[in-house]
Write a protein that binds this ligand. Structure first.
Ligand SMILES: [Zn+2]
Length: 336
């Protein structure tokens, strides 16, 4: 794969004992250094207009001023230093690079994956939260749609991070041209992501929330893709497919109770690739969370390996009955 990385993303210093820290990116790069066919690109910093296209400009000014004054704690989880401003522009710019690259035809072994930080999916139109300042995936998708020569009229953001991407949902909730699909752990931060949140008045059925019970793993995630995401995409027919790829649903992640395995992320990747290919949709990955350094590094390495020819094992165990009920509820709500 082609990975988007910029050194400035390591300068976003969240202090000691913060789970979202530069060691995450170092661990990923260390893991990738042992694998074949890894390339790096730097991308450009996101432009101010591209950030303003999905965020309130007054809020963006506030983030800039906050960082220029040396940063501090925006909220209990979300902290900044002076370098955070440039890191946030770099992280959004890397996501935009990944989407551009995919639209320009990078696929197969060249499939792009941006590994910027801070992450993005909790950042709302006018608020930073959950370690996120700018919504990287949203900036990238919006920029792709705004350039008519790209031919992107309908985009999907599929968010497999263990948390609900309240920010991405907030930004695109009433947009019929952007489909947001999230599978997340019930009851976890930020507490949003209910099944009945299906889209705004102008965008019915373009928001798919699947709050799975804690303890769900490879089987349940696979069932979600087969029974819900795949048919939803048959209906929506995207011409751009962006994965908000967090790896905090991993069984060895310290902050969730989910049980996805490294091999399981491989299978999810293979299924996502199949769906994107079937719709001729360029496919790009954008890093979100993932806080167990080995689990994160192994999982990103697994995504890379799937594009390098590995055929991951298909999970074939039983689906837990509580998860089955959620899947059925979502299927009925969306008539899938
Ligand atoms: Zn997360």
């Amino acid at each position: 794969m082609r990975f988007g990385h910029r050194e400035i993303c390591l300068e976003h210093d969240t202090g000691p004992r913060h789970p979202e820290n530069p060691d995450r990116i170092r661990a990923i790069r260390q893991g990738l250094s042992k694998r074949h066919g890894v390339e790096y690109r730097e991308g450009d910093l996101a432009s101010r207009p591209s950030i303003d296209a999905v965020h309130d400009p007054g809020y963006v000014d506030d983030v800039e001023a906050f960082c220029a004054a040396g940063g501090g704690t925006w909220d209990a989880d979300t902290v900044a230093v002076e370098e955070t401003w440039e890191a946030a522009l770099a992280s959004a710019g890397l996501a935009a690079w990944a989407v551009d690259e995919a639209i320009d035809g990078a696929d197969g072994r060249e499939t792009p994956f941006s590994i910027g930080r801070p992450p993005g999916h909790h950042a709302e139109i006018d608020e930073a939260m959950g370690f996120c300042f700018f919504n990287n995936a949203a900036v990238a998708v919006q920029e792709a749609i705004e350039q008519p020569e790209n031919g992107v009229e309908r985009a999907v953001v599929f968010d497999w991070d263990v948390h609900h991407g309240n920010g991405t949902q907030d930004i695109f909730y009433d947009r019929e041209d952007v489909y947001y699909a999230s599978v997340h752990e019930q009851g976890l931060f930020p507490g949003t992501g209910e099944v009945l949140e299906t889209g705004g008045p102008n965008a019915r059925e373009t928001n798919l929330n699947v709050p799975l019970p804690g303890g769900s793993g490879d089987e349940e995630y696979t069932a979600f893709i087969d029974e819900l995401l795949d048919p939803a995409m048959e209906r929506f027919d995207p011409d751009l497919f962006v994965v908000s790829a967090g790896f905090d649903a991993h069984r060895h992640d310290p902050i969730s109770r989910m049980r996805v395995s490294t091999e399981g992320y491989g299978h999810l990747t293979a299924r996502v690739r199949e769906i994107a290919d079937r719709h001729d949709a360029p496919l790009a990955f954008v890093l979100e969370g993932g806080y167990g350094l080995d689990a994160l590094s192994d999982s990103v390495g697994m995504v890379h390996e799937v594009f390098d020819g590995r055929e991951p094992v298909v999970p074939d165990g039983e689906i837990a009955s509580k998860a089955e009920r959620v899947l059925r509820d979502v299927r009925d709500t969306h008539d899938l």
